[in-house]
Design a protein around this ligand. Sequence first.
Ligand SMILES: NC(=O)c1ccc[n+]([C@@H]2O[C@H](COP(=O)([O-])OP(=O)(O)OC[C@H]3O[C@@H](n4cnc5c(N)ncnc54)[C@H](O)[C@@H]3O)[C@@H](O)[C@H]2O)c1
Length: 322
Amino acid sequence: MKKILILGASGAIGRYLIDYFYERSSEWNIELITGDIRENSFVKERSSFFQMDVSNKESFEQLPKDIYAVIDLATFMPARMIGYDPKKYIDINIVGTYNILEFCKSNKVDRLLFGQTFGDILKHADKDPLLKVDLNPIQDYKDNKSVYISTMNASVELIKCYHSIFGIKTFIFRLPTIYNWDTDIYCENGELIKMAWQILVEQATKGEDIYVWGDPERKKDMVYVKDLCQMFFKACFVDRNYGFYNVGTGVGISLLDQIKGIISVFGDTNKSEIRFSPEMRNAPQYIMCIDEAKNELDYSPCYSYIEMLEDMKKERDLDRFH
Ligand SMILES: NC(=O)c1ccc[n+]([C@@H]2O[C@H](COP(=O)([O-])OP(=O)(O)OC[C@H]3O[C@@H](n4cnc5c(N)ncnc54)[C@H](O)[C@@H]3O)[C@@H](O)[C@H]2O)c1
């Protein structure tokens, strides 16, 4: 029996990850251990849950010691921050990662998986939308996400140090926006807002006109949380010491096709009309190069864009993750 500890288990990605691992637990002989600062019934029903604060070293004392793998999603991101309190990024992302690494070292954990942000390289996409895994980080330091990104970069560097010095097997995943039916809060510049796709789904559901902002041909890699789960799962069992992977599908969906898809999946009989607003600002563009994940993890995305939307609709109706 392999004990897998998922930290940040009650989060948007964590809940799907618990579902994915739980469904495979008897076949793969997995025991799920989970930790988060907040409780979630869905997670508690499927794992041994520990309420804990990763920034507090003592929190780790309650955990079982014979852990095979740790998956660290217990970081703090700007999308969850109302106002601006950068100390949270330092405490949870850097100190939290250090505490997790010390836990791994002391308990001879076989491997650590970590969810890094693609914010470290996104600016490269202004010139070429294809983001390769080995691009050098560049940042817009004026952007208030820069402190978050810096703490995530620091965490990645710390993890690489512990991998090299103490031999902890290490798998780092660079995440773009991960699509899922997420009902948690979402913030931009410290203010609560709705995500663009949520607004589009609402408009399509009501049959309202939908405006395509800026260039309709800009393409984005729309990766579903269940494909990310596949990657994490494979990295738990792959016979390697180290991996650094972009998360994605490797395919770009144009803004126009994104909107057409949302109308066809979420629209009722009274379908939304598409209108164009070229004077509005462009949407972000990026496509994640996933060659390393394909070659080293045998990863193959299961969800096309439309299949992802259909599954999101199914999860909306099931409303399971409380
Ligand atoms: N979701 C995305 O699209 C995305 C994209 C890029 C990077 N990421 C990274 O992946 C992480 C996980 O993503 P998510 O969408 O599940 O985020 P989330 O905010 O929904 O989940 C994070 C979880 O960590 C928990 N947590 C926060 N502080 C903690 C602490 N001190 N101790 C223990 N648990 C704590 C939260 O309660 C939450 O359940 C993000 O924080 C972010 O750094 C996510």
